[in-house]
Design a protein around this ligand. Sequence first.
Ligand code: CDP
Length: 205
Amino acid sequence: MIIAIDGPSASGKGTLAKKLAEHYQLAYLDTGLLYRKVAFDVIEAGEDPANIEATEKAALGLDMSNVEESRLRTPQIAEAASIVAAEPRVRAAILQFQRNFAKNPRGAVLDGRDIGSFVCPDADIKLFVSASAQVRAKRRFLELVAAGFTGSPEDVLNDIEARDARDRNRQAAPLKQVEDAYLLDTSNLDIETAFRTAVEWIDSK
Ligand code: CDP
């Protein structure tokens, strides 16, 4: 079974994806982390995330062993990730990695922006997880503060809205809900209720 989960930032898709992977004993891939790592490597190399040659080079050399996740979960890397992710050459370079992961004999859960639409269009289950920008900004703010962030809630909301717009309006594999995806709006749902709703829907399929 392949479960494809897409949605905007801080919609709760990562937490849900992890819980579903555990529940159904499937392998899990957070594809956002791949774009974050490409952005991180570009910045570490002293290059601009908008530089196509530099981003493609980083994507072709992507190495996910020894990833220090906390260094990838900053607002700066999130912003840079959405810049490198708009580049078709970057997306092409890491497409096969994602598709190979999805071929895991145990089955897999992948979350991102284009899993149901592009990476795994034949996934057995497609979920589109969403929530209002205000709710998502509040969740992300609390996560970032716990990790030492000192900015304001408004900064986080502005970042989320800018990234949403970039992810939805880009030419290459934009964020969108595909027709056969089940919409899960988590604005008023806690994680446990979102998880149970998803499991009920998956089991009924
Ligand atoms: O954690 P959050 O949901 O805020 O972001 P993420 O899933 O780590 O993704 C970071 C950025 O990578 C997104 O803003 C997208 O621009 C990009 N991304 C993408 O284009 N396609 C994916 N399948 C996953 C992430």
